[in-house]
Design a binder for this molecule. Structure first.
Ligand code: DAH
Length: 343
């Protein structure tokens, strides 16, 4: 290769490596390579001195070089122009804005937060338990008899057998962990996700949410339970809300009850939501069974307490008159957009 070709190759490499995001640099590039007094014009001038037998190859290389320089200049020029246009359009206040739709909280989060708010005003703090539980915390410590149907494969998603590990079927398991880890007085609520092996329908889902509550101290009575839950119902559903307690059964409370509120849709007159009874059930509750306290090494002679548990989906459905539980899990924006709040 002769000297001329060597020079062309070096310049070619220089041009190839050139890059900039500044107009000034690009102008310098143009002057250096592409102007009348530029390097490439200079090379074309010396072309006449190239020996005849090399003219063809050198000529070709020179043409390639010129093409390369022009291309480089054009590409960078285009890029800089695009960027300039963009900046200009950002500064143009008369252009229409791209409206960013604000997100909104999921209705279940809204109601969960509201429940937490309400109980925190009467001294309850929030704690959580694990979603994967052992048999002790989900069943045995809560006094579920060995053959209780809730332990059945029908209801529980087991992860392991012997020893049994399962997805918790209720947040009551979190009370056991709390009583094992912390000693009374305890005044806590435990929101969380629970799992049951159930067919999905408009009224039931295999994944849903609960809030569990627990209050353990000396001299806690059923009257305290009623007062706390009455307060809660009126805070959440409005001050005209009435409550009633019906005797019920849960293995871990004695006595046990279910609490109904006066139907917030028809105001107690009767409608299809309350099945024309004027009442809708919203939670289970009761005095913590002394055996459960003892299972957690709490002296049941000294301490008493109450517990309650409610389904967040159910309460949200009642509050917002939602007819199908599946809507909570479908992420349909037309549904979700209807719930906006700062909480
Ligand atoms: N764990 C019960 C359920 O999932 C709800 C419940 C009822 C919780 C009574 C309680 C309670 O703490 O006292 O249906």
């Amino acid at each position: 290769m002769n000297k001329m070709q060597d020079k062309i190759r070096k310049i070619y490499e220089e041009i190839e490596a050139f890059t900039t995001d500044r107009k000034d640099d690009l102008e310098q590039f143009r002057v250096k390579y592409l102007s009348k007094k530029g390097v490439i014009t200079g090379l074309f001038t010396s072309f006449k001195d190239v020996p005849i037998e090399q003219k063809r190859a050198v000529g070709q290389a020179l043409n390639d070089l010129k093409k390369k320089a022009q291309e480089k200049f054009n590409t960078i020029g285009d890029q800089l122009k695009k960027r300039e246009d963009k900046t200009e359009s950002v500064n143009d206040v008369s252009l229409p804005v791209h409206f960013q739709e604000p997100g909104s909280r999921h209705p279940l989060s809204l109601i969960r937060n509201e429940i937490i708010e309400i109980f925190s005003r009467i001294g309850f703090t929030v704690a959580e338990g694990p979603e994967i539980e052992d048999d002790w915390h989900n069943f045995t410590a809560l006094n579920f008899p060995e053959e209780h149907p809730a332990r059945d494969m029908q209801d529980t998603f087991f992860i392991e057998k012997d020893p049994d590990i399962a997805l918790r079927t209720h947040t009551s398991s979190a009370q056991i962990r709390a009583m094992e880890q912390r000693k009374p007085p305890l005044r806590e609520i435990y929101p969380g996700r629970v799992f049951r092996n159930e067919a999905i329908s408009a009224r039931a889902h295999c994944i849903f949410h609960q809030v569990e509550g627990l209050y353990i101290d000396e001299n806690v009575s059923f009257a305290d339970l009623k007062q706390a839950l009455y307060y809660f119902a009126r805070e959440l559903f409005g001050e005209d809300t009435d409550v009633r307690f019906r005797p019920s059964y849960f293995p871990f409370t004695e006595p046990s009850a279910e609490m109904d509120i006066s139907c917030n849709i028809c105001g107690g007159k009767g409608c299809n939501i309350c099945k024309y009874t004027g009442w809708v059930e919203i939670l289970g509750c009761g005095m913590v069974d002394p055996d459960v306290l003892e299972n957690c090494n709490i002296d049941s002679e000294k301490y008493t307490g109450f517990a309650f548990g409610m389904g967040i989906e159910r309460i949200t459905m009642l509050k917002y008159q939602i007819q199908d539980i599946r809507l909570f899990f479908e992420n349909d924006l037309r549904f979700l957009k209807q719930f906006t709040s700062a909480i």
